[in-house]
Design a protein. Sequence first.
Lengths: 344, 196
Amino acid sequence: MSEKIDPGIIRKYTSGHYTFRDLKQIARWFRDDTSHDELMSAVHSNWDEFNWSEGLQGKDLSFVYNNLRKKILAEKKSFILKQKVLKVYSRVAAILLLPLLIYSSYTITNRLLTKPQNARWVEVVSPYGTRTRFDLPDGTKVSMNSGTRIRYSADFRKERKLRVEGEAYFDVHHDASSPFTVQAGVMNVTALGTKFSVTSFPNENSADVVLEEGKVQITGSKNLFSELLSPGEKFAYDRESKRGTIEKVDAKYLTSWKDGLLMFRGEPLGEVMKRIGRWYNVKFEIADPEVEKFRYRATFRDEPLEEVIRLISLTAPIKYEIKERKMNNNDQYEEKTVVIRLKK
Amino acid sequence: MKHADLYTEQELVISLQHASSDAFRQLFDLYSQKLYHFALSYLKSDAEAEEIVQEVFLKIWENRASLKSDKSLKSYLFTIAFNAIKKKFNKKIREDKYRYDLIEWLSQEKPELESRIEYEALLEKLDVLIDQFPEKRKKIFLSRKKEGKSIEEIAAEMDISPKTVKNQITEGMNSLKKSFCNDDLSALLFYFLFVS
């Protein structure tokens, strides 16, 4: 029984001004599987006509969005948890070194690893809002930026291989007999004795390698590319177009974060906010988009977030409001939010 | 480095396929308000409309790998939304059946209730009238009509005779019939004419 669906009645229903008879018809259309396609078509027209203009009172859906984000992040985390991994977490306030903690954890895991079945990888994590430094078993110095994970093979002396998700700088211990390989996304970076950084965040479109000293070879998985980098060069890979480019850069500037320096050399404020957000694990809401185009220059070393924003507001045309962290319904602190407005 | 800029629809799809949370955020900002208000117009409930928004976006995220960049993201979103709304709508009608049945019964007596009065006004009036029943009658009436308990169950629960239960229900129905079919009708008619 598929009766003709009357879009007029649907309109009456959605407007709130409908009779009992109208409702009975609508309930029939929704209930009958035979009218599914026609109903969907009629509702689709309704959707196309449906005019939701921003001027009208919007509903606060941030709670819904937060729940979605939690699910998305949980999904990303559980992917790593599924592998057999020994985790070593480190918390660093400013740029304090905790080599002891990492090193002793490593020696413990080293003993455990005499049974090869237990774990094949060691994982080091630098949570959002912190930077971490540690040494690999071969003496290579590693600096990790905010929100970065590194996994290296437990048998690192034999084969110097590791995987990076995030941003890390390596000062590689020279060993001609053992190639040092970093895998990040589709990039595989091989070095002998060099100083370079690798950036590859899972939710960003581009990944890169910046070479300070020495030489590295970068090959792409599935033979996407193969490049040789010289000092002062950056290889940037665009995930979307699947293409890489090499450009000359100031390597020291791009890797200055490893020394606890937050530097901006004329980047647009949009980018500045993004980097600061990642550095301090804070969310920026830019209420006036014109603000984003302003170019900013400064160097910060070990300043708290409030001070950094205050200093920026002295020279850039912005007003800011730091919103307090609130506990949400699941007893978790929400990210700190800073709202940026144009200072007129 | 274009993540600071807005994506076009095609870029959104590709970025979503690569699990970009920026793209997801932008998609949410683009469509969540419209979706919420659209769902609200069908489900007439704030909580359920919110649930629709959550279900739809979660589903888009979960199936991001199979998004087709040559198909319309907007249509895809609509299809998911429609199916979710349909499901919730049918559930709502089933759960709301007791009021629906009461109005059906009342409109046997007075056909204008079905064709000339706004349904939402009828519902409101019905709720108010039942709410104004004397305490015992209200409890019996709702146990029977809304919760679907049997006469015996109610009699046992409330420690009264089944006859009392039956009488109370009959009294309730009669009083509803009187209110709907006699004096108050003009007020409802006025309401309908006033707003249409």
